[in-house]
Design a protein around this ligand. Sequence first.
Ligand SMILES: *Cc1c(COP(=O)(O)O)cnc(C)c1O
Length: 351
Amino acid sequence: MTARPVELRSDTFTRPSPAMRLAMAEAEVGDDVWNEDSTVHRLESLAARLTGKEAALFVTSGTQGNLVGILSHTQRGDEVIVGDQSHVFWSETAGTAVVGGLQLRPLATTTRGLLDPDEVNAAIREDDVHNPRTGCVALENSHQWSGGRAISRSEMESVAEVARDRGIPVHLDGARVFNAAVALGTPLADLVAPVDSVTFCLSKGLGAPIGSLLCGSYAYVERARRWRKLLGGGMRQVGVLAAAGLYALEHNVDRLTEDHEDARLLAEGLAGLPGFRVSPREIETNMVFFEVDPPLVASELVEQLATEGVRVSTTGRRLRALTSLEVSRDDIVRAIDAAARVKGAATPAIA
Ligand SMILES: *Cc1c(COP(=O)(O)O)cnc(C)c1O
C-alpha cells in the first residue's frame, strides 16, 4: 500500500477541488480582450473590493502581475527600490530589466522581511542629470525568504510614508498577502491601504489552478491592461479560470488559519528532533524554513524524506516546507514521523 504523498514542496501544488471545477464548468464567458467576460468582471470587482482599490486586472501569474505592476508605475531608465531578499529581485528572471529597461536597487532586508525606512529615504534619488529617477518602491508580504513573515500595516506604512512624502509610488508583491492578513487578523483592505498597488496569487494557498490579480487606481489598471497585452497576457474566454479564482476567494481564505496552525505544529515537531534547527515562534503563516546539522545534509534529507512519501524542497542549506489545503493534520504527523526516522530518533508526541 502506498499512501498519498505529503506535498510540502509548495502551496502551488494545490489542485482545483471538484466544487471549484464545477464552478469553472458553469462559468459564463466572453472575450476578455474585448472586456466582455462577465466572470472576469466579477472576479476583478471582488479583488478591487477586497483590497480596497479602485480596480483590478486578472493576470496569468504573480510574476506577470509584478512585472506589469512595476512597469505601470515607471518609465524606461527608472530605478526601482526592492529588498535584496525579495522575489522580484531573485526569482522573476530580471523581467523589469529585460522588458522595462529598469534598474533594480536592492536594499538590505530586515529579519522581518521589511526595508528600513531611513535607507529607503536615502536611496530615493535626487533630481540630478546624472541619476536615474526612482520609479517605485516594491515591498513583499508575506515575506517569503524571511520565513513567511506577516508584515503589519504599521510596518508597511513606515516605508510607504517615506515614499509617499517623496512622491514615489509603492507596489506590494502580495503573492501570499491573504495569508498575512488572516495571520494578523487585519482586513486585507486595511493591511494594503498604505500601498498604491498590490498583486496577489490565486494559485498558491487559495487553491486555484492559475491566476493573479493586480489592483490599484482606475488609471493605473488601464495602463496595466496595455502592458499585459504587450506581454501576451490578453486572454479570451478566461472566465473559466476566473471562476476558479472567485471560488477560491469565496471559500478558501478563512481556512488559511488551518495551514498556519499546521505549519506551527510541523515546526514544533521538527524542533523537537535532534539535528533539526527551526524556531516555531517565528512561524507566522504557512511556511517552515529549517536547517539540519551535520552529518545530515539538506539535499540528502530531501531525498530520504521523499522515499517516505514526504516532499519538501531545498534552497542551498535551507529546507522549506509549505502547508496548504493539500496537507492534512495527519500529513503533518506523518512528516514529523518521517523526519524522526531519518535521524533514527524517537518521535515526540504532538498535541
Ligand atoms: C510565487 C511568488 C510570486 C510569483 O508568482 P508566480 O505565480 O509563481 O509567478 C511572486 N512573489 C512571491 C513572494 C511569490 O512567492
